[in-house]
Design a protein around this ligand. Structure first.
Ligand code: 7RM
Length: 640
């Protein structure tokens, strides 16, 4: 197995140089966690008031830096203004049509203060909840930071989610305000957002105000007394707004993610611990230097964008690049163009994107000067070694270390990843845990499985950036994450640890799928499908996919009737897009007379997974599959 030690010149300049330094950090954090995090919190963050205890741990509920007073917006903005960073670019933004905005820390601060004053004037304050449903434009981080400034807990809903999904999130949070835009640009077309808000709000009595930013300028009906244009409200808003000193445990944001039931989980994060660990990982993992231009290609609607476009980079005083649109618009070299144009130094993307680039051919990156790059990152799914090698050679020109970063919405920050100036990479492995993180690979009884054996990935100790609870459902939080292997955090991933202690993440062990690095729940998809009037039953499985890692494959039985399978298949795909969002559309709908079930009536997804993996049945949406036979066969072997 090839290993890739850090290039010498990279290691010489890195924040953490060499394995010895890396181990020393790790050991200290493991032996004296509170001292370790306490010192770091003093070094890295601004506190209005110091905490009384670093950690209060009443398993599974953690409080980090309790009693400490802090503000995320202050840490991302105000504290940089008295330093040479005041006129440094905080955000470099490029819209899909090619428009560009560069916001210095001072300018971003002014925009955030003005918008915070707008929220204040509309009567919103600490403890309220805001839904943010926006395209990838600078006003999205502005809205987040304005909420954070006042202590309004925000929940960003990915712009690809439908009105139905948006509604469920607004209702779950009883949000008082929705911050949105007329639309955004993707693949040369306008993706409208405001109509989805209007549709969702028919059923959301908690919402008093909708604030709409004008991005595309398209025709946007406004409801008098409820809807307000951002630019109009902002006209007379003052450019200063003090940041509220909030308790370290104050909920900074809630982000919904798919679990194993039909109802998405509201992952709730706190302020102080969250900020600390994402700031630390900017140095440990991304080796951030003052002069770097850093680009994470995620959408801010997912946790990667929260932690590594907005809060992490800005708290660390970085220049964070943000791009609105699709990677292949107008041509497949858009990303490489951006890297060349802005001389990006650190580039963080997903295996799905990398595999799509491989397919498009090396001519696209090869026509650009990307010599500014010094570090590459990957996140969202396991990266296959061949994609890793391509990324290393064709994008990094064999000069740039790659950090394969493992983490989750729940973990808030990267937990397992190489430190690029210290840890030799093995393609396909996320390598070693970061300081303060104590993972293990265990069987169902919590016993370590031993070297090179497959098992459940758990985390044995609390960490500052961990989720605090599931919004409104502490019981589900406890059961879901902490009860199966009591006292330990269950990640839901399978993994293997090799003789060097390197972690190899093998994917989900629950009914959560990973399509293009987006988490989807089989249950959520199935409940959406059975809401369709023609559908009797549905079973959804992930099918291995060359580019997206997995693709959604739905087996469907129909109610009595004379159905045209071609039309209905298309109809069902659209239905899922309406119920959840376009990105969740099944690639395949397979109609069948019956679904294979256990004697107790549980659908045997394992069998369906085998069918879609080995492709024993032609993958054509019009086939009516006879799975009755399988049921007969399988119920004999099934032990339940
Ligand atoms: C950041 C993010 C989390 C799930 C996680 C894994 C998978 C993420 C990697 C990975 C292998 C990686 N949050 N995953 N990173 N698998 N190697 N480097 O993706 O909540 O949306 O998804 O993604 O299965 O449990 S997430």
């Amino acid at each position: 197995m090839a290993t890739y030690p850090p290039p010498e010149d990279f290691a010489k300049r890195a924040h953490v140089q060499g394995m010895e330094a890396c181990r020393a950090l790790y050991d200290r954090a493991k032996e004296r966690p509170e001292e370790f995090w306490g010192e770091l919190a003093e070094q890295e963050l601004f506190w209005f008031e110091k905490w009384s205890h670093v950690l209060e741990w009443n398993p599974p509920f953690a409080k980090w830096f309790a009693g400490g007073k802090i503000n995320a917006s202050y840490n991302c903005l105000d504290r940089h203004l008295t330093t040479p960073r005041k006129n440094k670019a905080a955000l470099i933004w490029e819209g899909e049509p090619g428009d560009q905005r560069i916001l210095t820390y001072q300018e971003l601060y002014r925009l955030v203060c003005r918008f915070a004053n707008v929220l204040k004037a509309r009567g919103f304050q600490a403890g309220d909840r805001a839904i943010i449903y926006m395209p990838m434009i600078p006003e999205l981080p502005v809205a987040m930071l304005a909420c954070a400034r006042l202590g309004i807990t925000h929940s960003v809903v990915f712009g690809g989610f439908s009105a139905e999904a948006l509604k469920a999130r607004i209702q779950d949070l009883s949000a008082g305000v929705v911050i949105t835009a007329d639309g955004g640009w993707r693949r040369g077309k306008e993706v409208k957002l405001k109509p989805a808000v209007d549709e969702a709000l028919a059923d959301c009595p908690s919402v008093r105000d909708v604030i709409v930013h004008r991005r595309t300028g398209s025709d946007t009906p406004m409801q008098a007394g409820r809807d307000w244009w951002w630019h109009e409200l902002e006209q007379n808003a003052s450019e200063t707004c003090p940041a509220e000193p909030l308790d370290s445990e104050h909920p900074l944001f809630v982000l919904y993610t798919s679990g194993t039931t039909g109802k998405p989980k509201g992952i709730q994060h706190a302020t102080g611990g969250y900020l600390l660990q994402i700031t630390a990982t900017m140095k440990w993992v991304f080796d951030l230097k003052e002069e770097d231009t850093y680009w994470c290609t995620a959408d801010i609607g997912w946790v990667t964008g929260h932690s590594y476009i907005v809060y992490g980079p800005l708290a660390a005083g970085a220049t964070s690049l943000m791009y609105e649109g699709a990677p292949d618009t107008p041509q497949p070299d858009r990303f490489w163009r951006i890297i060349e144009k802005y001389r990006v130094n650190i580039f963080y993307t997903s295996p799905t994107a990398i595999r799509a680039f491989i397919r498009q051919g090396d001519q696209w990156p090869n026509r650009h000067d990307m010599s500014s790059l010094r570090l590459l990152g990957s996140v969202g799914e396991p990266i296959n070694p061949s994609a890793w090698e391509w990324y290393y050679k064709v994008i990094g020109k064999e000069r740039c270390p790659i950090v394969d970063t493992w983490w989750q919405t729940e973990t808030g920050s990267i937990l397992i990843s190489p430190m690029p100036g210290a840890v030799p990479a093995k393609p396909g492995s996320a390598t070693l845990p970061l300081p303060g993180i104590v993972p293990d690979v265990v069987d169902l009884n919590g016993n370590p499985v031993g070297v090179d054996r497959e098992g459940f990935l758990i985390i044995r100790r609390p960490w500052p950036c961990m989720l605090r609870t599931l919004c409104g459902d502490p019981k589900r939080y406890e059961e879901n994450y902490w009860s199966r292997i009591p006292g330990n955090y269950l990640t839901g991933d399978a993994a293997r640890r090799d003789a060097d202690g390197y972690y190899w993440i093998l994917g989900r062990v629950d009914d959560v799928m990973n399509v293009s690095g987006h988490r989807l729940s089989t249950m959520e998809l199935e409940s959406a499908l059975v809401r369709h009037p023609a559908v009797a039953e549905a079973a959804v499985v992930g099918k291995p996919h060359e580019i997206t890692g997995q693709a959604v494959c739905a087996f469907v039985t129909l109610k009595r009737g004379d159905w045209n399978h071609d039309e209905l298949g298309e109809d069902l795909r659209k239905w899922v897009a309406h119920e959840i969002g376009g990105f969740a559309k099944p690639e395949q709908i397979r109609f069948t007379d019956s679904l294979p079930k256990t004697r107790s009536g549980k659908i045997m997804r394992r069998l369906l997974r085998e069918i879609v993996t080995s492709n024993t049945v032609a993958g054509d949406v019009t086939t009516l599959e006879d799975l009755g036979v399988l049921t007969a066969l399988a119920s004999q072997q099934d032990e339940e």
